[in-house]
Design a protein around this ligand. Structure first.
Ligand SMILES: NC(=O)c1ccc[n+]([C@@H]2O[C@H](COP(=O)([O-])OP(=O)(O)OC[C@H]3O[C@@H](n4cnc5c(N)ncnc54)[C@H](OP(=O)(O)O)[C@@H]3O)[C@@H](O)[C@H]2O)c1
Length: 260
């Protein structure tokens, strides 16, 4: 099936690593124009060096900075002549329980998760409204439906974003803009290599991952690959998904226990 993404323009936040980078790669393979941002310009440049750069624009910006996000979004729309999709992917999780979480942790987590969606949304909205098939995908986590006490701030923020996504789907439907979520389980990206390094375990990364998959009860017995998340994101961006809005897809290898 042709996903109908050729020559459409998609902005991906956090496009220099992991799920975001895999999404950029799949979109380029589909013939889309892609604008990708992240905070670290060198990391973006290293990622871009592995990609076909003819239809790729990169820019360093922090999604918490509304002005920087607006400037990058305008540059993307000017460069490619509009915007058809937005992937709100930038972020990271905070491994802290209730007693470890300070007021600053709560504030920082809520700021990253909420403004990381709202800043790109406000900047992209007029351009998306002018597209013939606009779509927003919010990259979320199964934590939104299945909180973990060791990730208490992230779990709560994720639940809020899932709720917000539903409201956005309703609010933006009159403009033709679809809004959906992809809820990730454990996906093998920089997040997990960093945790393995921080654990100072004698186990190899491969053995540590296998143990993690068993410990967390992942039905498929392994972590997911970044491109497995990217395929779900790209499917929701496609005009072929034109009647899908206000919903979420779990990409989690069966770790999710929720039936809703
Ligand atoms: N991997 C998982 O198991 C998993 C599970 C559930 C949810 N998620 C979520 O999925 C998304 C992608 O995760 P990943 O595993 O692919 O992570 P990753 O490999 O660490 O990549 C994160 C990306 O986001 C960028 N980023 C982080 N904070 C940013 C900010 N404030 N402004 C702009 N860019 C920012 C990073 O670049 P810079 O650092 O240079 O800014 C990088 O490009 C995240 O929102 C994450 O929380 C991941």
């Amino acid at each position: 099936m042709d996903l109908g993404l050729a020559d459409r323009t998609i902005l991906v936040t956090g496009g220099s690593s992991g799920v975001g980078l895999a999404t950029v790669r799949v979109l380029l393979d589909e013939g889309a124009n892609v604008a990708a941002c992240g905070r670290d310009a060198e990391r973006l440049a290293r990622a871009a060096a592995t990609l076909d750069r003819d239809r790729l624009l990169t820019g360093a910006c922090d999604v918490r900075d509304a002005d920087a996000v607006r400037a990058f979004t305008e540059r993307a729309a000017d460069t490619f002549g509009g915007l058809d999709g937005l992937v709100n992917n930038a972020g990271q999780s905070r491994m802290k329980n209730l007693d470890e979480s300070t007021a600053d942790d709560w504030r920082d987590e809520l700021e990253l998760k909420f403004h990381g969606v709202l800043n790109p949304l406000h900047a992209a909205r007029p351009h998306l409204a002018a597209s013939s098939a606009p779509s927003i995908v919010n990259v979320n986590a199964v934590l939104a439906k299945q909180p973990e006490p060791r990730l208490i701030t992230t779990s709560a923020a994720r639940a809020g974003i899932l709720n917000l996504s539903k409201s956005l789907a309703t609010a933006l439907a009159p403009e033709g803009i679809r809004v959906n979520s992809v809820c990730l389980g454990l996906i093998d990206t920089g997040q997990w290599t960093r945790r393995h390094a921080a654990a100072h375990t004698p186990q190899t990364y491969q053995d540590w991952q296998s143990h993690l998959a068993t410990d967390r009860g992942i039905a498929l017995g392994r972590l997911g690959r970044a491109e497995e998340a990217a395929y779900a994101i790209v499917t929701l961006l496609s005009p072929r998904a034109s009647y899908i809005t206000g919903t979420s897809i779990d990409v989690c290898g069966g770790v999710g226990r929720s039936i809703l």
